[in-house]
Design a protein around this ligand. Sequence first.
Ligand SMILES: C[S@@+](CC[C@H](N)C(=O)[O-])C[C@H]1O[C@@H](n2cnc3c(N)ncnc32)[C@H](O)[C@@H]1O
Length: 214
Amino acid sequence: MPYVPGEYWLKHGRTYKDDFRYNKLFELQERVLIDYLKQNTTSFTSVLEIGCGFGRITKLILTNFEGISEYYAIDISPEQIQNAKQLMKDKKEVFNNGLNLDFAVGDITSLQIQKKYDLVIAAEVLMHILPEDIRDVIHKLVKSSNKHVLNMDWYEEQRPKKAAPHNFVHQYEMIYREFPEVKRVSRVPISKKGSWLRSIDTKQSLFHALVNTP
Ligand SMILES: C[S@@+](CC[C@H](N)C(=O)[O-])C[C@H]1O[C@@H](n2cnc3c(N)ncnc32)[C@H](O)[C@@H]1O
């Protein structure tokens, strides 16, 4: 079956939350994300999250960072947006009374983003963008940011021979560097070294583009 992103994610959005199994790979991914943000970003007060799914990363960020006054999360799937709203229901007061938390259905390939955010984040979303669209999507994220763009996605230096039709290994660092707004790009592999049984390799990396503020 050819991959048609809109159709694929509308269908999978209906069952994504129920099928999701939290495991040590997600645990490591979340730890790397939070540690990285704490060590490498100055305080951010506004966040744009692309492909928020059922709100896993939304909740993680709001739980770990104080002082966020605006958080806007979008997803192409209406069911995922409903699930994310449900997950965050009643949590607003816990995080911050002044928090403006908004969810909306939207496709990043066609969405117009009107303002700039301190942090633009996409977890496991860009790897599902078609190769012909990835450059424009990344440029849109860069232009929507005041300071930081961060994505976490499947990445292997040796291009894998096989991939499921909805998964792509994009050259994120190279693409970010094409844009004059980008000052610096970093990549952090999401893996943990340990004894044979304790090593974890998610085969994902965190990519961080630091954006020039005019
Ligand atoms: C693998 S899930 C990750 C969900 C969430 N970010 C997380 O890490 O738990 C990918 C998400 O991206 C969304 N998505 C895929 N293509 C999209 C697009 N073009 N615009 C907005 N969201 C998209 C899907 O609906 C899905 O919720």
